[in-house]
Design a protein around this ligand. Structure first.
Ligand code: PMP
Length: 437
């Protein structure tokens, strides 16, 4: 059997380099690690890539050894599987012919096209806000949005499981930052009370559906706190925009809390199968966002990507049954996994994590799954705590019943073979903050 992964001890040792400040020393450690992998004939994560692009059945190429393997993919965020949709591709090609490839400059120096303007208007209307500002990636949307909205004398209260892009947005701001326990509204309230008088404005940052756990945010309870406390609420809808709400308006809309959410953010790299991101809000706040350096000094989204986003929105609008079908598949797969007593944490969204609080066993399971033609990225430190681990399955509309059935069958067989502690009776609840905060 080909050992795709190096030992967990080595992975953890390698990750410690983030604490080494000297660049020469850090470079040497990383190089030594990569050489060690190569000498063992083991590929690292960046040496696995796809021959035919992202799909629920894709050809994975590995460098060590040089090989191609057809796999059922569980790590792609194209929830509605629109990246290979014929209409979408046709519209992107037409846009490329008309507008060319890149934009050549940022929005403030005339980098936008009519496609960009159409996205801003359409997205704002869809999520129910006055206006939207489009950025070139989801990551820089959070970096630019958070760091530029929050002032020096403000306070950020951020859910402890938030995505790296939000955390790094916070790091760019010199405002005080405090994490509250993941999805714990009581803890948020304690912190609103405790720190409320020490700052000018408070910004509460959450995700609607969390990328590592698939948990949904208690948005109704969080927005209810607005009756007693003054704060701005920023919701990252990366894992819900396009497939929650009957027309893909997102989870804020589905929960009926749009009015109480001040900033709705999402990326365009998931349900809308391109790249880019947006923040939708009141007209006056969008003015602030356009003043920020990530917007002012970053080249615009390419026209073909802009066309893909619009084409995906067309598909969602004309075929809302896609959304229902995705959620039905989610229930089907969860039903199978629950029947086998897998520990799925508190997840509900189409991100289905299986908790495996033994990183070494997790890597053996993922390795064997790969041998059986099932690809999933193991979630280990720093995405979760050092002693924890997860197999994360991201459900896409194009996953077939056969692919789901086979994956669940293999999961049970392989997890039992390795005695992996991933069944309900055997696992302790996961801690509720990620370690990279
Ligand atoms: N927010 C969340 C919650 C995410 O999961 C991601 C990406 N996985 C991003 C923002 C960044 O988006 P992108 O990768 O499209 O830049």
């Amino acid at each position: 059997m080909i050992d795709q992964f190096i030992s967990i001890a080595e992975v953890l040792g390698y990750l410690k380099v983030e604490n080494i400040s000297d660049i020469e020393e850090r470079a040497e450690i990383i190089q030594e690690f990569l050489n060690r992998q190569a000498s063992k004939g083991v590929g690292n994560a960046y040496e696995r890539y796809l021959e035919n692009g992202a799909s629920t059945a894709a050809n994975v190429i590995t460098t060590y050894p040089r090989a191609t393997k057809e796999c059922i993919m569980w790590c792609v965020n194209h929830y509605l599987s629109l990246n290979k949709n014929a209409n979408v591709i046709e519209k992107a090609c037409r846009a490329m012919k008309h507008y060319g490839t890149g934009c050549g400059t940022s929005a403030c120096s005339c980098g936008m096209t009519s496609l960009h303007k159409e996205i801003e208007a359409r997205v704002a209307k869809l999520v129910g806000k006055e206006e939207a500002v489009v950025f070139p990636t989801g990551f820089t949307t959070n970096l630019g949005g958070i760091s530029y909205l929050v002032g020096d004398r403000d306070l950020i209260l951020i859910d402890g499981e938030s995505h790296s892009s939000m955390i790094n947005g916070c790091k760019l701001s010199i405002a005080k930052k405090v994490a509250f326990k993941h999805n714990d509204v009581a803890d948020l309230e304690i912190k609103l009370k405790k720190y409320g008088n020490e700052c000018e404005n408070i910004f509460v940052l959450v995700e609607s559906a969390y990328s590592m756990s698939g948990d949904l945010s208690p948005l109704k309870e969080i927005t209810a706190l607005k009756k007693s406390y003054k704060f701005y609420l920023y919701v990252d809808e990366a894992h819900s925009f396009g497939f929650y709400g009957e027309k893909g308006q997102g989870y804020c809309y589905e929960q009926g809390v749009t009015e109480d959410v001040d900033f709705i953010m999402s990326t365009f790299s998931k349900a809308t199968a391109a790249v880019g991101g947006f923040i939708a809000s009141k007209h006056k706040y969008c003015g602030i966002l356009r003043w920020g350096p990530m917007y002012m000094f970053q080249a615009c989204l390419t026209p073909p990507d802009a066309a893909v986003i619009l084409a995906c929105l067309d598909e969602i609008e004309s075929n809302p049954a896609m959304i229902r079908e995705l959620h039905e598949k989610n229930q089907y797969m969860r039903g199978l996994l629950n029947a086998k007593k897998f520990n799925l944490g508190h997840s509900q969204s189409p991100i289905i994590p299986i908790m495996v609080p033994s990183p070494a066993k997790l890597l053996s399971v993922v390795d064997d799954l790969y041998e059986e033609g099932i690809y999933s990225t193991p979630i280990v430190y720093p995405a979760v705590q050092k002693h924890e681990g997860r197999i994360r399955l991201i459900l896409n509309l194009a996953h077939t019943k056969e692919q789901i059935d086979y994956t669940v069958e293999m999961l049970e067989k392989i997890c039992k073979k390795h005695d992996a502690p991933c069944f309900l009776s055997e696992t302790k609840p996961e801690s509720n903050t990620v370690s990279h905060w």
